[in-house]
Design a protein around this ligand. Structure first.
Ligand code: ZN
Ligand code: ZN
Length: 234
């Protein structure tokens, strides 16, 4: 290790993405043992774990049709993962974004190739929220992922024109109404066929679906998504 790297390590020590402990790696050995990744069987649409392989779709996806084609996530949104994403989003732990992107690439790098993705687009924040927070967490992950899989990233292509309420507090109908027409798509790069949406959490899928609809209406073939975590659902 060179001196400069050593110096940086002292100045900005690595912290475990799941507990915040100062360690050399991105994940401490204790957390590495407890964090579990999503395993089969999963919903063919949204990637949420399902109980039986035969079911094909989770309850949510069996009930409704989505504009996106398919999507996957790295972890279930609970425990230390929930903590980690919260820190990343609200406590300026931007450095976690690189680790998330690395894991996305490791788990779904081949899937991204199979999907034939030619453009990566993070879910945008409304400008009022972006100003308050100072950064868009989804854009950070998207940029790192794009570098790893060598696919262009368009952080300004989609505009969130409606300052939506947090989806958490709303019921099913309100959630759909809340995000309706929330996105505006600027001019797509010539020849864009399949787009990958990147976001932090997938819960009901309404936000990603609304964004997928807007992208598709601007002439894209298929839209997919990758998120850091996904709600356990029903
Ligand atoms: Zn840890
Ligand atoms: Zn599903």
């Amino acid at each position: 290790m060179n001196l400069w790297k050593k110096f940086l390590d002292v100045l900005y020590p690595n912290t475990c993405c799941f507990c915040g402990k100062t360690v050399r790696e991105s994940v401490c050995s204790a957390c590495a043992k407890t964090i579990s990744y999503i395993e089969e069987p999963v919903c063919k649409r949204c990637g949420k774990p399902i109980r039986y392989q035969e079911a094909e779709f989770c309850d949510d996806c069996a009930k409704q049709t989505f504009c996106y084609e398919q999507g996957r996530s790295v972890w279930i949104h609970k425990g230390p993962v929930r903590w980690s994403v919260y820190q990343f989003k609200y406590h300026n732990r931007r450095c976690y974004g690189e680790f998330y992107a690395k894991e996305m690439c490791r788990l779904y790098g081949n899937q991204i190739k199979r999907w034939g993705i030619d453009l990566i687009v993070p879910v945008p924040l409304h400008h009022a929220r972006a100003r308050k927070r100072g950064y868009n967490q989804a854009a950070i992950v998207a940029e790192y992922l794009g570098k790893k899989v060598q696919i262009p990233v368009a952080t300004r292509l989609v505009v969130r024109c409606k300052n939506t309420k947090p989806q958490k507090a709303l019921n099913h109908k309100q959630r759909i109404a809340n995000v309706k027409d929330a996105f505006y798509v600027r001019k797509l790069p010539e020849g864009t066929k399949n787009v990958l949406i990147v976001d932090d959490i997938y819960t009901t899928g309404n936000t990603i679906n609304e964004m997928a609809k807007a992208i598709q209406n601007s002439g894209v073939n298929k839209v997919f998504f990758l998120t850091i975590s996904i709600g356990q659902g029903s």
